[in-house]
Design a protein around this ligand. Structure first.
Ligand SMILES: [Zn+2]
Length: 718
């Protein structure tokens, strides 16, 4: 007998979403066993999922890899692992996996209760748009790979896997770049091309015996202290009665086990579950702190310690957890530590301390928006200000605007804090702190989300031995991050790279970095002159803000140096007019410019709660008007909803919109003849150039952000 799939409250299923065929397995003994028992019996991972829905990514992947199921109790897609689908069941004897080739499916065991809830969710999702009835992949045979041959598995995927539009091409390019840079690409190397890709390749090679999982779907844990997990980069994905399943990027975890035992704990049978190292780090920090919409910030257990070593402030995550910010029993310094810790672990980019009516408040900028994370009585302001100024080695004068910095050590992380104190009325002061995270700051080119066209441009441009590269965008648009990634992509011992910056945001091994120092007469333009004496191949000038710097930069880029710099301009083509208006000769710009790039950061949709919506006729006309072909926007876009993961905002993190113009003969000719913006755009359009707004629309179609978010760049559209 098969279980009726549609609960009375659910809408009728459209034909062909789930069939009513005979179930190969329905209920039985397995339903009575614990998840752990079931998992051990079937050699799969037991898990209590934090969400009882199929993720949007999983639904999309199911539509590409599968067909409608042949039974009423199939495996349920819950999440993705790179190119693989994670399927969950409470009764792992079921064989129905929607026609998805078994070697692309990772199985996990869940409770019957979760199974039923997820199935309900899935029925709803699929009743709107049913799956296709057939699956061309079903007959795909698992190839026989040589053990350990990650590259072989990767190449097989490129040839056989149904990647979206040009994703395979993009992966191929990223792979070629990674090989150029590091020679051999290892598991983590593949993970950096696409999250969890290396883990999935290992799974392809080793088959179902290899337990693996996606850390994004890990539930919270409180069994192990966060610093211990941070140190070994492991995370307990399931703590059972007999075994603890541990997410790890390494196959063995003896060091973690040894330290656990040496702390006097009882021995535990640890089972390794392979996962992406970077994602494990993210889940550890996500699990130890959290901003929620209603209650402010929750932090799990911890205490506090201070370092008096000048300029370095040490905050132990373990200590912070002992602080209850609502309690009056803490010193001002403890509260400052709590605020700094909370801001940084909530991915804040900056933190503002200020008086607001009769309270003092700390606001953190998280994903580009300021949010109040802590308030205290007004009388606390002078004490907070004094502590922060003391950290930054600033004098305590209330009348002066001051700048300073200090370093913060937070568990394994080192964060540089730049501090500015500004006098306000009534002898009050405001303190603004900006966080520069040394680990998060440096990005690989592959993390910058270039399109295939853009990757190709970057590759060509960075291979040149001379020329000028411009990056434009407002403050905080991530242009420095992009330039660092560009120079780091050519950073090897055969190349002499020199920078002049204000400030030096990230220290990069192998690169000579100079900080401007106007009080001692070291400016961008004379600093550039000085560093040219060391005959660098590649030069980064932090900012091009006057004619003198612009002219020296251009001269250098015409005499055997590749010069990268940032400029204030609205878009990549207006950067050209900006240079001209600074007084640089048009023919010099035309001759030297290799590439001009512009960017903006917009908020990224929260992947846990974003909801597909059908675009209205008006929206589809907008896409069409912006030159996006009909077949590309014949798809759902997504709306921001809000859930616990994103603090109710509907967004987490940010995504960069990039506009890139590569110079060619026609464009330089136009620049030399004083061509208008419109002429320049027309010429650029012939090369596949898209405006920031058009790039934004593509991100909307890809489900990365919303139309509301990209409206802010719409003034650059035409
Ligand atoms: Zn959310």
């Amino acid at each position: 007998m098969s279980i009726p799939l549609t609960a009375p409250t659910l809408p009728t299923l459209s034909k062909g979403s789930f069939s009513s065929g005979t179930a190969p397995f329905a209920g039985g003994l397995d339903g009575l066993m614990s998840i752990e028992g079931t998992a051990v019996q079937f050699g799969i991972l037991p898990i209590k999922l934090p969400r009882e829905t199929c993720s949007v990514d999983a639904e999309n992947l199911l539509r590409r890899l599968g067909r409608f199921p042949h039974s009423d109790n199939p495996w349920l897609p819950v999440a993705t692992l790179g190119p693989c689908l994670i399927f969950a069941h409470h009764a792992p004897r079921s064989e129905d996996m929607w026609g998805v080739p078994p070697f692309l499916a990772v199985k996990v065991a869940i409770s019957q209760e979760q199974y039923e809830k997820i199935r309900r969710d899935l029925v709803l999702r699929l009743s709107a748009t049913p799956l296709s009835k057939t699956n061309p992949l079903e007959t795909l045979q698992i190839p026989s790979f040589t053990p350990g041959d990650l590259e072989g598995a990767f190449r097989w995927l490129l040839d056989h896997y149904p990647f979206e539009s040009n994703q395979a091409e993009k992966l191929g390019l990223l792979y070629a770049e990674a090989v150029d840079r590091t020679g051999l690409v290892d598991r983590e190397g593949y993970n950096s091309l696409m999250p969890s890709l290396g883990v999935a390749l290992q799974y392809l090679l080793e088959g179902p015996l290899q337990l693996c999982f996606n850390p994004d779907e890990a539930p919270r844990q409180d069994r192990f202290p966060a610093p211990l997990l941070e140190k070994h980069n492991v995370y307990p994905i399931y703590s059972g009665e007999h075994k603890v399943y541990l997410l790890s990027a390494e196959v063995s975890n003896y060091n973690f086990e040894d330290e656990w035992l040496s702390q006097g704990n009882d021995p535990i049978d640890f089972v390794t579950v392979l996962a992406d190292a970077k994602m494990i780090r993210a889940v550890i920090s996500r699990s130890s702190s959290k901003v929620t919409s209603s209650t402010g910030i929750e932090i799990e257990k911890s205490t506090l310690s201070l370092s008096d070593s000048a300029g370095l402030v040490i905050i132990e995550p373990d200590d912070v957890a002992q602080i209850n910010p609502k309690s009056l029993n803490h010193t001002a310094e403890e509260l400052v530590h709590w605020v700094l810790y909370t801001a940084i672990t909530s991915r804040a980019s900056d933190l503002h301390l200020e008086k607001y009516y009769n309270v003092v408040r700390f606001r953190a900028r998280i994903d580009g928006k300021l949010r109040v994370i802590y308030t205290a009585p007004e009388e606390m302001l002078p004490r907070f200000v004094a502590i922060l100024k003391n950290y930054a080695n600033m004098n305590q004068s209330r009348q002066e605007a001051l700048d300073g910095r200090f370093a913060l050590s937070l568990g394994q992380r080192r964060v540089d804090v730049r501090v500015a104190a500004v006098p306000c009325r009534n002898e009050m002061q405001k303190v603004i702190m900006r966080f520069l995270d040394k680990q998060d700051g440096m990005k690989e080119l592959s993390q910058l989300n270039f399109s295939v066209r853009q990757s190709a441009i970057v590759k060509r441009v960075m291979a040149r031995d001379q020329g000028l590269v411009l990056s434009t965008g407002p403050t905080g648009s991530g242009k420095t991050t992009t330039l660092y990634a560009l120079i780091n992509s050519v950073n090897d011992e055969g190349i002499n790279i020199h920078t002049i910056e204000d400030p030096i945001e990230y220290e990069i091994e192998g690169i000579n970095q100079t900080q401007t120092d106007p009080t001692h007469g070291l400016t961008f333009s004379n600093g550039l002159r000085a560093l040219l004496r060391s005959d660098p191949d590649v030069i980064l000038i932090g900012e091009c803000r006057d004619k003198e710097t612009a002219t020296s930069a251009i001269n250098a880029s015409l005499t055997g140096h590749l010069v990268l710099t940032t400029l204030h301009a609205n878009d990549s083509l207006r950067a050209v007019s900006r240079l001209l208006s600074m007084g640089v000769e048009p023919h010099l710009v035309g001759d030297s410019l290799a590439m001009s790039q512009a960017q903006r950061l917009v908020r990224r949709l929260c992947k846990y709660c974003k909801k597909p919506v059908t675009p209205t006729q008006q929206i589809r006309e907008l896409f069409a008007h912006q030159g996006i072909p009909e077949d590309k926007h014949d798809t759902n876009i997504f709306a921001a909803i809000g859930c616990n993961e994103c603090g109710g905002t509907g967004y987490t993190g940010r995504v960069a919109l990039m506009e890139m113009t590569e110079m060619n003969a026609e464009l330089s000719d136009l620049i030399e003849r004083g061509g208008s913006q419109i002429e320049l755009r027309k010429a650029a359009a012939k090369t596949g150039f898209q405006t920031l707004y058009q790039e934004g629309l593509i991100h909307v179609l890809e489900g990365n952000t919303t139309l509301e978010e990209i409206q802010k760049v719409s003034y650059t559209a035409f």
